[in-house]
Design a binder for this molecule. Sequence first.
Ligand SMILES: [Zn+2]
Ligand SMILES: [Zn+2]
Ligand SMILES: [Zn+2]
Length: 195
Amino acid sequence: MLCYYISDINPAGPANASVILGAKRMSTTQTMSTLDPLTHDHDQCIARALDEAERLCAQRGVRLTPLRRRVLEEIWQHHEVVKAYDLIHRLSTEDHTVKPPTVYRALEFLLEQGLIHRIESLNGYIGCSHPALAHQCQLLICRGCGQVEELDDPTLSAALQREAESHGFRVDQQIVEVRGLCPHCAPAGADVSAR
Ligand SMILES: [Zn+2]
Ligand SMILES: [Zn+2]
Ligand SMILES: [Zn+2]
């Protein structure tokens, strides 16, 4: 199933300030799944995401408060969609319940800064793999394990942009959600062990 969610949200955050299509190729080598357990070091993913967030926020003069950082860290625990109420639950301790509006405000900030993406169909969030560059968002969502991988192919964005424009539609933001099975959840017969 291929779902296109074209949102009219146009956040003021610099990461989302404009639609840049085909202007920058973010990665030319990354054609295999980044979720391959043989080569994937998730601790590194988390550390990189947090470092990048610190750097970008400092550069933009916005504050990555301890709570905003904690929320981002929680979202990055796995490459899976995280729902707001899970975050509220995870961030709360026995003596201290984190208030939902606090978490929603933190999520709003992270979205505005392009540090996370919202997955409308699953009502949750995922960490962005390349927050430094304005980009459209294409997500491969596994219905087996729930893992999400972000693509960064500007030709796809450009094709969708052209198609939308030919319908007289002005695109503010593209979020493409693609559902299916990742290499590890694909049915037996598909050679996933050879890698
Ligand atoms: Zn990872
Ligand atoms: Zn992204
Ligand atoms: Zn899977």
